[in-house]
Design a protein around this ligand. Structure first.
Ligand code: YH5
Length: 263
């Protein structure tokens, strides 16, 4: 039997995610959110301090460190849950792993200068995500010849780069990057063709939770009305071979997976 799928709970530590953010409250609030997600069934907590939404401001290394390191330390001191750090910056990768992170989750697939070397020097897993373009402009006019084949080919190339840099395949995950330089049709083709990603021979991570694709399919539903659509999408992704789903709504996702015999 396959290993059961894993649930990665999303923990954003950007200022917009803590509306009343007096600085010292942030690690506390984030820690209790993380521990709640662990109780609900998350086996990985994904800590992110850079917003990759279109139009979001870029964040300096210092600011990103200030946001994520205390939160990772706090989670690591209270729980043995796996911790991933959602970052593209080599300095943040090093500090996050020193603070207790076990996984580097990079939406830029280690393409930033120094990131591949940093990840290779650290004894952790890496998630390589596909993105066409950069967050600020990626949704303007995404173009593919065949989105499933193009994304698989990109990810295969990044896996090969990692192996050349000394990261063993056993530490690599890949992610098609839903919503990152993809229109609705591209996202739907990727979800339909998810089974093809098994060709890459490494575990697949999928993040669909609350994304605009779900909103669009529900007739422009606002973020707070995307929970059931997101849960359904997570179930479908796992049924099509995903090993890990990255979600906001951990309790609901685990309940749906348990009730369909998938967890
Ligand atoms: C991902 O797919 N996504 S950050 C827009 C939304 C909702 C959610 C309101 N980091 C992924 O979660 N890492 C992000 O509409 C990720 N895979 C991996 N590996 C974007 C996000 C989101 C954006």
């Amino acid at each position: 039997m396959d290993a059961p799928p894993r649930i990665m709970g999303i923990l954003n530590v950007t200022p917009d995610s803590f509306s009343d953010g007096g600085d010292y409250l942030v690690p506390d609030t984030a820690l209790s959110q993380a521990l709640t997600m662990v109780e609900e069934g998350a086996t990985i907590i994904d800590v992110g301090g850079e917003s990759t939404r279109p139009g979001a401001a870029t964040v300096s290394v210092e600011e990103e460190l200030r946001r994520v390191v205390p939160v990772i330390e706090a989670i690591h001191s209270k729980s043995d849950v796996s911790i991933s750090v959602d970052t593209s910056k080599p300095e943040v990768m090093r500090a996050a792993v020193a603070a207790g992170a076990d996984i580097i989750n990079d939406v830029r697939a280690l393409r930033v200068d120094g990131a591949m070397e940093a990840a290779a020097s650290l004894d952790v897993s890496v998630c390589l995500m596909h993105m066409q373009g950069e967050p600020g402009t990626m949704q303007q006019q995404p173009v593919y010849e065949d989105v499933v084949e193009d994304v698989i080919s990109f990810l295969g190339g990044r896996v090969a780069h990692c192996e050349l840099a000394g990261i063993p395949r056993s530490r690599i995950l890949v992610d098609p990057g839903f919503g990152f330089g993809k229109n609705l049709d591209h996202n739907l083709q990727l979800l339909k063709g998810l089974g093809h990603f098994s060709r890459l021979g490494v575990p697949l991570l999928v993040g669909l939770s609350r994304k605009s694709m779900i909103g669009a399919l529900l007739g422009d539903a606002p973020v707070e009305k995307r929970v059931l659509g997101s849960v359904g999408a997570a179930v479908v992704a796992i049924e099509r071979g995903a090993a890990v789903v990255r979600v906001h709504d951990v309790r609901e996702t685990c309940e749906a997976l348990a009730g369909t015999g998938l967890l």
